[in-house]
Design a protein around this ligand. Structure first.
Ligand code: TXA
Ligand code: MG
Length: 351
């Protein structure tokens, strides 16, 4: 069932959404970051449906969503002063904090960890749905595991319609990348997954903030990590992708053009190459297919559109997608964190 709430929230349908969630069924709903697949976080049966629908590895825990930060005490305990400051400042918003959990949350939600990931979304529809359900809502991104996260309703319908009870249709997400995930370790906030809330934003509130070393690094299957999500294949279309970056624009364009030239004919076979890049570069890059994502300085738009761009290019019958990388400032770090995984660490950085 698809409910279209682009104009306004339909009150009768909202009641139905609440009922479905309380009956342990799955509902896709929008948040400001990406769409989520929601289920009753107190119900083991409901959570198992999420893992099944997403084909998600069972050791990758879920984020629990609440309507207000006052509800956090229902699922987490022993919150220290630094954690409380972060909660007060960044919630509701694109921010997730890892806290000690209470017993009410079943083990399947946290993949047996002692901690739980907590988020209070700012999106009005998300808040109304969680309130109406009357229970905390566990919600991973709305996509099959390993694929780009769902930010656009057409992509989501195509991938998930058969696996969920209700899809709530709204506008594309305003941020487009998943929330910043933070864990306070030895009194220092550590960013486990970068997002719209940056290290600088956190430093302004509590003075210090670190970025986990794995954020821009290749992580092996057996490496010990703070967040299980760091290990998995992620954010990837079926077509092979390669990330290319230089802060020198001329060098970047040169490298992309020479990559295209070198790859175009391999073993006498013609290869079709696509590029996802900046509007200003369209006329300078000689690709079979060039998808303009945004202007060079508009990284917020890059973040908002990258997942649907990847899905769009995946349908073009290409042999390889070259992706123009971005600087690591502000939302740029989150973009690069996702893209190195999209490209399965096939990354070329030119000084
Ligand atoms: O923006 C978002 O956060 C979206 C929307 C729907 O809210 N949700 C989302 O969920 O991105 P998901 O499941 O795709 O990513 C959750 C991330 C994973 O990397 C997971 O490993 C990490 O959070 N995580 C969850 N619980 C954790 C815990 N207890 N300790 C460390 N990492 C945890
Ligand atoms: Mg995800």
């Amino acid at each position: 069932m698809i409910y279209n709430w682009k104009q306004e929230i339909n009150k009768l349908e909202l009641k139905k959404v609440g009922e479905e969630l309380r009956k342990d069924n799955l509902v896709v709903f929008p948040t400001e970051t990406v769409y989520g697949i929601g289920a009753n976080a107190f119900s083991k049966e409901a959570i198992e449906k999420i893992y099944l629908a997403k084909k998600r590895p069972s050791d990758n825990p879920l984020i629990v969503h609440l309507a207000t930060k006052e509800d956090i005490c229902k699922i987490a305990k022993d919150i220290n002063e630094i954690e409380q400051k972060l909660i007060n400042t960044f919630m509701p918003g694109p921010f997730t904090i890892i806290l000690n959990r209470t017993k009410e949350i079943p083990n399947v939600v946290t993949a047996n960890l002692d901690t739980v990931a907590v988020r209070v979304p700012e999106n009005k529809i998300a808040q109304e749905i969680i309130k109406e359900a009357g229970v905390p809502i566990a919600a991973p991104s709305a996509n099959i595991s390993g694929r780009p996260s769902g930010t656009n309703i057409d992509d989501i319908k195509e991938e998930l319609e058969e696996n969920v009870s209700i899809i709530v249709e709204a506008d594309p997400c305003t941020i487009g990348l998943e929330s910043t995930v933070v864990k306070v370790i030895n009194n220092i906030p550590v960013i486990l997954r970068p997002g719209k809330v940056t290290k600088e934003d956190i430093q302004k509130v509590v003075g210090v903030c670190k970025i986990d070393e794995n954020v821009l690094k290749q992580v092996g299957d057996f490496d010990k990590v703070e967040s299980p999500g760091m290990k998995y294949k992620h954010y990837a279309p079926n077509t092979d992708c390669r990330l290319i970056y230089s802060n020198d624009e001329a060098k970047l364009i040169n490298e992309i053009n020479s990559q295209i030239k070198n790859i175009q004919i391999i073993n006498n076979k013609i290869k079709k190459i696509g590029v996802i890049g900046f509007c200003e570069h369209k006329d300078k890059i000689k690709a079979d297919n060039f998808l303009e994502i945004c202007n060079v300085n508009d990284l917020d738009k890059y973040a908002r559109e990258i997942y649907s761009a990847l899905r769009k290019m995946d349908k073009e019958g290409l042999d390889l997608i070259l992706i123009e990388g971005v600087g690591k400032q502000e939302i740029g770090l989150a973009i690069m964190n996702r893209l190195i995984r999209t490209c399965r660490y096939d990354v070329i950085m030119i000084k």
